[in-house]
Design a protein around this ligand. Sequence first.
Ligand SMILES: [Ca+2]
Length: 316
Amino acid sequence: MNAEKRIILDVDTGIDDALAILFAVKSRKLKVEGITTGYGNCDVHQVTENTLRVLELAQPRYDIPVVMGSDNPLFRKRREFSAVIHGHNGLGGYELSGTNRTALEEKAADFIVDRINKNPDQITLVFTGRLTNLAIALAKDPTLPSKVERLILMGGALHVPGNITPVSEANIHGDPEAAYRVFHSGIPITMVGLDVTGKTKFGEKHFEQLMNALTSEQNELKAFLNHIFTFSFEASDSLNEGKYRLMHDPLAVGVAEDHTLVTCEDYYIQIETKGALSSGATLTDLRHPQTQINASVCLSVKDELFLQHYINTIVS
Ligand SMILES: [Ca+2]
């Protein structure tokens, strides 16, 4: 009996996403059916190239198709990319080795529609970027929500501030109209937002542990991880926040692997699309009793357990 959970991972690679891809590919509990890409940390062409190169570095034990998706939000102008946070190429400026791997000719939204229809109730979607590709897939096939096992998304903030505006988290803020469509689609949602990802601080001790555990055969992986964690520590330190990296995207994959890492509460979440100050906010009805719900929101996390599991998975 195969107990692996089958996932489609949607990314905007990105340091954070690279760390999530490495984790998903190495996980013995997950089978990555495909990786779809979208704009976010950089444009979709750079994101796709980064994703292919991260896969080359990871050397998956099975074939994983990469499928390019949207390069713009549904209706809005794309926000400019932050080279300070992500480097010019989204990977802190690190140049990964080239690869012969190429993306499929298919579009990401078509891939999602096709794979879910061929495998009803069997595929979990894990989104660590904007929700644009999924919103397009929903427009193409409104029956998807009843066929998706679950959507686990990194995004949103309930009891904590946003990270791109005082109230908005970057992935939701990057395409609020797409998020609105997804949250109101009826797909079962687990929201892995800043309430929990903000607690996953991968610090210098974790870094030391990771570096020491990697073997000499893993030199390329070691050099990449060394660069991106050092880059991340310098970035957080320059903001007087101390040296750590928040493991936003890897935690979403972690929750796909093991839901007991987090505890959740069910809420009805609306996405603000009109607000001059609050665009992209995950506006949550905290009144009781709840008359309707559309998302299970992660509110606490076994952060150290997760970080240790992350390290052990990466070095395996
Ligand atoms: Ca991401």
